[in-house]
Design a protein around this ligand. Structure first.
Ligand code: OGA
Ligand code: NI
Length: 290
């Protein structure tokens, strides 16, 4: 967890020109740096940059990853060989690109295992088979947002991220230990979620709300910014496969009432989510049965 935060810090510490090579506002890109939340759709922008990476299957995406402090790669080949020869380091130890990818890959696969186990426990808590959720979501995707909230001279005028729920199934968030910023809505009040050593914040996303017929509610949360310090957070999103049909099982639908949400595929939901901006209201509302 600590190393993952270091890699994130290192990335955002790169020179602007280096980072800009990855800049894109196109949500369909599988590796991109962007700013705010959905810059093409929103009228009011937020005080946040983020690196979004697809993380599953790992070997499909790691080659796109930019975890690439340019200093080493800018050296000429002769200098690299000389460094290699005299330093006594192995090629892997010497190559920060390789190391960064290794740390992030390891982090992603551990997070995935944790997420799948949590989904098993959630299935059981709903009286369903342990495997129910994981089976019904198909080959689940995994994305990561490495969020960077720069210091903001007038933090009360903006958000890092405005109030939203996550559009996926489950989010596992690693927070910077030094700077607070995450808040969540409980009984109509915004509460600060202080970082806790060696802990993750787990947020229920919209798909678990739909799939559980609203027995689980997706968490409303937002990020505020700090006047003096930059903050980093790392959100890992487990997502249904694009073709997975999201529907509540009949065990969770009471006799008379119908399912709260209509059946839909995750691809349909995801496209709808990215076609809107965060302050246009809850995307899940659009999928309610009338
Ligand atoms: C997110 C998110 C909160 C935070 O990336 O979806 O809610 O604390 N992040 O950065
Ligand atoms: Ni979120």
């Amino acid at each position: 967890m600590e190393k993952m935060l270091e890699v994130a810090n290192e990335f955002f510490g790169l020179p602007m020109e280096e980072k800009m090579k990855l800049y894109s506002n196109d949500p369909s890109k599988t590796t991109r740096l962007s700013t705010s939340s959905n810059i093409q759709k929103e009228k009011i922008h937020n005080w946040r940059d983020y690196l979004r990476l697809h993380c599953y299957p790992l070997d499909k995406y790691t080659k796109e990853w930019p975890i690439n402090p340019p200093s080493f790669n800018d050296l000429t080949c002769c200098v690299k060989v000389a460094v290699f020869w005299y330093s006594g380091l192995t090629m892997e130890e010497m190559d920060p690109l390789h190391l960064g990818v290794e740390i992030v890959s390891k982090y992603c696969s551990e997070i995935r295992q944790l997420g799948l186990r949590l989904q098993e426990a959630i299935s059981e808590s709903l009286g369903l088979d342990k495997d129910y959720i994981n089976k019904s979501l198909g080959e689940q995707g995994q994305h990561m947002a490495i969020n960077y909230y720069p210091p903001c001279p007038e933090p009360e005028l903006t958000y890092g991220l405005p109030a939203h729920t996550d559009p996926n199934t489950l989010t596992i968030l690693l927070q910077d230990m030094q700077v607070t910023g995450l808040q969540l809505l409980k009984d109509g009040k915004w509460l600060a979620v202080k970082p806790f050593p060696n802990a993750f914040v787990v947020n229920i996303g919209d798909q678990l709300q739909a799939l559980s017929n609203s027995k689980y509610k997706s968490t409303w949360h937002r990020a505020v910014v700090n006047a003096h310090k930059a903050r980093i957070s790392i959100a890992s999103f487990l997502c249904p496969s694009n073709t997975a049909l999201i529907k509540a099982p009949k065990e969770l639908i009471e006799d008379e009432s119908q399912a709260i949400y209509r059946d839909y595929t995750y691809a349909e939901y995801y496209n709808k989510f990215w076609s809107r901006n965060l302050d246009q209201g809850h995307c899940l509302e659009l999928f309610k049965n009338i």
